[in-house]
Ligand binder design. Sequence first.
Ligand SMILES: [Zn+2]
Length: 274
Amino acid sequence: MKGIITTTEEKKEAPDGIWNKCPNCKKPLHYSEQVENQYVCHYCGYHLRIGSKEYFAVLFDNNEFTELFPDLTSGDPLHFEDTKKYTDRLTETQFKTGLKDAIRAGVGKIDGQDLVIACMDFNFIGGSMGSVVGEKIARSIDYCIANKVPFLMISKSGGARMMEAAFSLMQMAKTSAKLALLSQAKIPYISLLTDPTTGGVTASYAMLGDINIAEPGALIGFAGPRVIKETIKKDLPKGFQTAEFVQEHGFLDFIVDRREMKEKLASFIKMMAN
Ligand SMILES: [Zn+2]
């Protein structure tokens, strides 16, 4: 009871999140070691879930980039309310995460070559795809076409944002159409699927890369396993909806360890540019 009813002010702070437990092997990981190891557990190779800030630091040369369209925020076209008002949920989440929505885009260099990266943040309402996510992707693609720069999309999402209903679903068509224009302009598009990539994100831009790659062990799927099981009335195979299973069945080109990601991406971009 004592632990449960302790007020926040009385709680002892662990020394600023310096230690973290690996969710897979449960061994303690020191923060500085995590950063050094690109947030991969050095005991078991588990890829910790990270956000746009960390991916930009891992991929952009010297962590130097210019953020694109940083001030886009969501409206509330449906005046949606569940346990709380959507507008309140947005304000709270923005305050808690320091993010404006579930995606950030930036332009910078990777191994000396120009690249635009749009990266989703799972911390922001489950990385849900709403109008801001779709719009930032669309504008990033416009930027890539205007400046002839390759596009990398890093997906991490629970799917469409239900608080925006049909406005979320429209983003699937919008981003797919923009990617078709990018393809016509012969500019490379690399899609990186990370843990987890599901729902409408999988069903649109995440699977439309010139190459589709994933991090090891990532959950990748469209509908949840229970829904599928009830629909097909069969047990699902082992490892179903892991990156490895999805690759085996032809949806992914390859799986890349995050520690080798930058080098691999840079070499693809070089190859495609030539
Ligand atoms: Zn581990």
